[in-house]
Design a binder for this molecule. Structure first.
Ligand code: TRP
Length: 334
């Protein structure tokens, strides 16, 4: 809690081009959560360097992601949108929490195992302690809730374990965060292989709709989307491609599955794909326009970045100072 407000924390990495899956699955919900919580949304660039990055590219993408948070409708006056690397308390708290985390616990993290297998030439210590940095992110702001996808749930559990362990030794220092269980964001799948999640790192560009795709590209990708030979728009496991398109259409139009089935009863996939494509363009085009407008005013964005980093740091330092005192660091004389 901060004052009267429940605190929500989440972060996204600025690696890869964000997809429609990131938007409908996360960002769109982040916007609506701002009504209920004081939200801290970070561009988690410290996490990103656990995988080798091109520096200029990382910087460019981080800026775009932060701009996109604003373009999506998150109010930077009421919430806090900032780069993780601008608030050094994240790294400092992560170090302390490292000393309260066991190798055995980290060894069980399935994402570490996956990433280590994928980047066998660079299994660095940062990749291993990635969840501890995530714990620091969350605990620094005394977060009550964290909206996370299934892939991050294990990291939230270890965050709770670390916090409880610390509190058991030093008293009530950290709020124990809960996963945010709300209306689940739509889980969008690849347009080329609906058994896979739509991913920003997919090699096939036709598999993903990128948030910056122009309308023609969007329409073309939907035309090529993999379906089946059933020929009817029905929400069932045997038709995973159609299910995915229904999910997308539903998320973009707020129509229910049964309304959609009725709307396309007796009509072919061609019609349906066109409608899905148009519904996505209707969402993404205004988002892109707002993004372009924001980018025209560099000073405005710079000011938001500065003010929000200061705001984040103010709250982060309150927690960090308390923790430093608890573990026995000398009193600060400056
Ligand atoms: N690891 C998260 C991801 O890749 C991003 C992240 C970093 C995060 N710190 C966080 C998410 C804290 C929630 C809370 O998706």
């Amino acid at each position: 809690m901060i004052g009267e407000n429940k605190v929500l924390f989440s972060g996204m990495q600025a690696t890869g081009n964000l997809t429609l899956g990131n938007y409908l699955g996360a960002l769109k919900n982040w916007v609506s959560l701002c009504d209920e919580y004081l939200c801290f949304y970070s561009v988690v660039d410290l996490h990103s360097i656990t995988i080798r990055q091109d520096p200029a590219e990382l910087r460019r993408r981080a800026r775009n992601l932060l701009t996109l948070y604003i373009a999506a409708g998150i109010d930077p006056e009421k919430n806090c949108l900032y780069y993780q690397s601008h608030v050094s308390a994240h790294a400092e708290l992560a170090w302390i929490l490292n000393c309260f985390t066991y190798m055995g616990e980290l060894n069980r993290m399935t994402q570490f195992k996956d990433k280590a297998a994928k980047h066998a030439d660079n299994i660095n210590a940062g990749l291993f302690t990635y969840p501890v940095l995530m714990a620091a992110d969350i605990l620094l702001y005394q977060s009550d809730v964290v909206p996370v996808g299934n892939d991050q749930l294990q990291h939230l559990e270890i965050t709770r374990d670390i916090a409880q362990r610390f509190n058991a030794i030093y008293g009530d220092v950290f709020t124990i965060p809960e996963p945010y269980i709300g209306k689940a964001g739509a889980r969008i799948r690849s347009l080329q292989d609906p058994s896979k999640k739509m991913s920003k790192s997919d090699e096939n560009p036709n598999a993903s709709i990128y948030l910056m795709d122009d309308p023609d590209t969007i329409m073309r990708k939907f035309k090529r989307a993999v379906t089946d030979s059933e020929g009817c728009v029905r929400y069932c496991k045997e038709q995973p491609g159609i299910m995915n398109l229904i999910d997308i259409y539903s998320a973009c139009t707020d129509k229910s599955v049964s309304e959609i089935e009725k709307e396309f009863d007796g009509r072919g996939y061609g019609d349906f794909k066109t409608a899905v494509g148009e519904s996505v363009v209707a969402i993404l085009k205004p988002l892109q326009d707002r993004f372009d407008d924001l980018n025209k005013n560099k000073d405005h964005i710079d000011k938001i970045i500065k003010e929000n980093a200061e705001k984040a740091e103010y709250y982060a330092l309150k927690t960090l100072r308390k923790v430093q005192k608890k573990v026995g660091f000398p009193e600060r004389v400056r």
